[in-house]
Ligand binder design. Sequence first.
Ligand code: KG4
Ligand code: ZN
Length: 344
Amino acid sequence: MGMILGIESSCDETAAALVATDRRIIAQRIASQIEEHAPYGGVVPEIAARAHAEKLAPMIADVMAEAELELSDLDAIAATAGPGLIGGVMVGLVSAKALAMASGVPLIAINHLEGHALSPRLADESLDFPYALLLVSGGHCQILMVEGVGKYRRLATTIDDALGEAFDKTAKILGLGYPGGPAVEQLAKQGNPKAVPLPRPLVGSGEPHFSFAGLKSAVLRAKDSGQHKDADIAASFQQAAVDCLLDRLRVSLDEADSVPALVVAGGVAANQTIRKALEGFADDRAMRFVAPPLALCTDNAAMIAWAGAERLASGQSDPLDFVARPRWPLDPDAEPVRGAGAKA
Ligand code: KG4
Ligand code: ZN
């Protein structure tokens, strides 16, 4: 049995975790920076990098102490090396390099998206490749075919905003604070999802990509019109999001060979309405539906350690001069998408 230290610092969560190769999470620490960023209504890169630098080293010391392990007991040190806010990524990656250099333990540079993509296998031993992954977070909105470790095919991505971002912006428009997803979900419970006519961008389009910028603008117009209750706007927005997700999934999966399982990951997977809709979608197509526990869906270090474990098992590690990457598509062969603000 092996033991991997995982480090995550690519956005606004600082995290360290020890994961054994038999899938036990031995120790973990996670600190969110919600309070630091809340006054600005979004993540401020400079504040994030400084907070990671302050919090990470004590966290690593804590998990090692809790597990009563020395660095030399580790089989690998896995750190997120991108994509993400480059200052934060560098804090985590440089820490990992320093520990690896001091101890002689191999470094594994992990693509944050790969962490999300493989995390369901940490929670569920029976989940075999291939599976379709819907990754919906604050920074990403993608449909991926996960064919094996290091084998990812991107079927769809967003041409503008990520879905979590659209939830956060809707929350801001409705004066609900940051992070917005949970607040919009709560308010939507009291609203009528059919009350406000909102667009479903790209629904019906033959290409599988997402777009949420137009939906956000429509939410702003609905609010400014003064004609709708906030709860109705929240519920209608959430319903539009669900309709977009299901339609885009349909197009992606119709193009792919039949896949046995649909997996959801990323912070938006916390949304119960979205989860139920995805479950129904998978049922209709006789696919197994897998939603990892919420703590593994949102950013965390256990998923980075686990991706390290999967890479280590296939004999991979990285040189100590591995350079942090602000952009790092999981599927290098994916076609670029149209749209000025397209994200990898
Ligand atoms: O994966 P995550 O923790 O961080 C990254 O963005 O990588 O995702 C955070 C995103 C935020 O945009 C947040 O508003 C959204 O997930 N989110 C939700 C819910 N909980 C979190 N969106 C909708 N409904 C929720 N219940
Ligand atoms: Zn993430």
